[in-house]
Design a binder for this molecule. Structure first.
Ligand code: FAD
Length: 573
């Protein structure tokens, strides 16, 4: 088979807000930049973000934004990274505004800001409830203006990485149109592959959020950080998990159980529905488990926004109104809608420094490799992300990844050389071929359902050693079964079965990282709640977990959190 080889200065994997922001920076500095994406850039998951993007504007201060973010993170965020995030925020909003993002305004023409969970000020800037889509369009147009080259419907397979020199030098990818395999060589590689909530059966994440970049990192022998911290958003639609944004509560929506009780008074009497997401999710799940759920299966909670009135709902929450009506047949103007916690955001990911360069270990970096956005862990969200902080992170650290890659490219003037295409692609080609070779013709879709149900049930909102040990065994078993599966579809054109098999392989790898890291952390912090260790333990556990596979076995070690001026205290509710 002939495998083509292309040479670029910079290769960006992912065309969401992080990837596009990075590509603009490298292209602006004159570097030949290629962005690969398995979906069209405007279909990237950033476009699904509804609620808004945070920045301390007007009377608010970055210092207050920093403090809220660190407390919200349950003191696991690194303060240097948070400082950069929050101090950059006002400039990012100004940039988006200047580039035409039509932020909602107050009557006197200021940018309107809505309150979001665990924030001291209303600091979430928004475009109705379609903020992500508007930001993504704005940045995409800017990238086109600078001449960034995009290739959609390309599926990245593996990182080209030389372990002896700790250097990344490109990646392999499959053209989804005809399943041909290509090698992309680049002195700088930026990973911006987004989130990975699809490992859970109820999730707000798009079908594309399968954690491919994490699988690539594990296969390259590199590590992942803080994988146990998976955020459950309290208000997914009960039937599908699709998100009803925090904007609904930010605008004044309240949560009720089957007895009509505003139960958040019992869990977070001060912040109520706007307590940090992990606290609200656990409260909802507890109400459901204790029999006070609503709906035919008693597996939901009511979100009530009727008191806001039809004009307010239509002007501020039009998308949420449509989603509840279309997907659940519930008209939020006239009745409370049924919601339930849904797997939403992953705080862990590929460890980077604040230049967004990927860390090999605590003291060394991977040459030529950067990561940003939800697949990365820099870490600004620690154990629990605040709503409105991740669109911001994707842009701030996407830009930093692009600038660092450009700086390094211009400074080092390093041009990696590739051997022939077949040689560079051999590992990926073997992986693909093995999916067609098994003698058994087991399908893998059922295995995927089992994984997602198991992750939800045993490694979700409430966790224990017993449950997670079972989850670990199940994952090993499913991984074994997967090796006996064979892809049935042999046509090269848009072979979605092949793509989904490859995605499932990645899902198995990072699910294992989640479960192993969660099993090892014997405390509760942020989104990671252990019923057998219900308290936060700063003395022993205020540290980042670092997971990697060695000789087919997961191994974990811990690195210190970079503290700043906010010493750990009990979190408020
Ligand atoms: C429903 C929902 C609502 C949200 N609302 C908000 C909000 O209001 N405010 C906020 O701050 N955050 C919000 N978030 C979180 C936020 O949207 C995301 O964290 C952020 O947009 C991630 O951006 P990204 O660029 O890292 O990834 P994405 O936008 O997901 O982009 C990932 C890119 O990687 C590409 N890719 C992945 N794998 C491959 C592969 N193997 N080969 C090729 N390409 C690949 C994809 O095609 C895509 O282009 C929300 C999340 C969800 C799920």
């Amino acid at each position: 088979m002939h495998t083509t080889v292309e040479q670029w200065d910079v290769i960006v994997l992912g065309a969401g807000l992080a990837g596009i922001s990075a590509a603009i920076e490298t292209k602006k500095r004159g570097l030949r930049t290629l962005v690969l994406s398995k979906v069209h850039p405007l279909r990237s998951h950033s476009g699904a973000a509804q609620g808004g993007i945070n920045a301390a504007l007007y009377y608010d201060t970055p210092r207050s934004h920093i403090k809220d973010t660190i407390i919200g993170s349950d003191y696991l965020a690194d303060q240097d990274a948070v400082d950069i995030l929050c101090n950059s925020a006002p400039r990012i909003i100004q940039h988006l505004d200047n580039r035409g993002a039509l932020f909602n305004r107050t009557e006197d023409g200021m940018i309107a800001q809505r309150p979001f969970g665990a924030q001291s000020y209303p600091r979430t800037c928004f475009v109705k409830d379609r903020t992500g889509l508007v930001c993504l369009n704005t940045m995409y147009e800017e990238a086109l203006f600078y001449g960034v080259e995009f290739r959609s419907e390309w599926y990245a397979l593996d990182l080209l990485y030389n372990p002896a020199e700790q250097t990344a030098y490109g990646l392999t990818a499959m053209n989804l149109v005809n399943s041909s395999i290509h090698v992309f060589i680049g002195a700088e590689v930026i990973l911006a592959g987004g989130g990975y909530g699809r490992a859970f059966s109820r999730t707000s994440n798009a079908y594309a959020n399968t954690g491919d970049t994490l699988g690539m990192i594990i296969r390259a022998g590199l590590s992942l950080q803080d994988m146990e911290f998976v955020q459950f958003h309290p208000t997914g639609l009960a039937d599908s998990g699709i998100l009803i944004s925090e904007a609904a509560r930010g605008e004044g929506g309240i949560l009720l159980n089957s007895e009509g009780e505003r139960f958040m008074q019992n869990y977070a009497p001060h912040k109520l529905e706007l307590a940090p997401r992990d606290i609200v999710s656990r409260a909802c799940e507890t109400e459901i488990r204790e029999g006070r759920g609503v709906g035919p299966r008693k597996d939901g909670i009511y979100l009530d926004v009727r008191h806001l009135g039809a004009p307010h709902i239509h002007s501020r929450l039009p998308e949420l109104y449509d989603l509840a009506l279309t997907l659940q047949g519930e008209n939020m103007i006239e009745e409370p809608i049924r919601i339930a916690p849904t797997a939403h955001y992953s705080m862990g990911g590929i460890p980077t420094d604040t230049r967004a360069q990927v860390k090999k270990d605590i003291n060394s970096l991977v040459r030529g490799l950067y990561a940003a956005g939800e697949c990365a862990c820099v870490s600004v969200h620690g154990a629990n992300r605040l709503g409105g902080n991740s669109l911001l992170e994707a842009i701030v650290y996407g830009r930093r990844a692009g600038r660092s890659a450009a700086e390094d490219a211009l400074l080092n003037k390093y041009t990696p050389s590739a051997k022939d295409g077949e040689h560079e692609a051999s590992f990926s080609l073997e992986r693909l071929q093995s999916l067609y070779l098994s003698e058994k013709s087991l399908g893998f879709f059922e295995l995927r359902d089992r994984l997602r149900n198991e992750m939800m049930r045993r490694s979700g909102i409430f966790r224990s050693a017993d449950d997670m040990s079972i989850a670990r065994e199940t994952i090993y078993h499913l991984a074994g079964e997967f090796r006996r599966c064979r892809v049935q579809d042999i046509t090269p054109f848009y072979n979605t079965e092949l793509q989904e098999a490859l995605e499932f392989e990645n899902m198995l790898l990072y699910s294992s990282a989640i479960v192993e890291s969660a099993l090892a952390r014997k405390e509760s912090r942020g989104a990671h709640y252990r019923s057998d260790f219900p308290h936060r333990d700063d003395k022993n556990w205020r540290n980042h977990s670092v997971f990697c596979f060695k000789e087919n076995k997961g191994s974990i070690h811990y690195n210190p959190v970079l503290s700043g001026s906010f010493a750990p205290e009990e979190r408020y509710g």
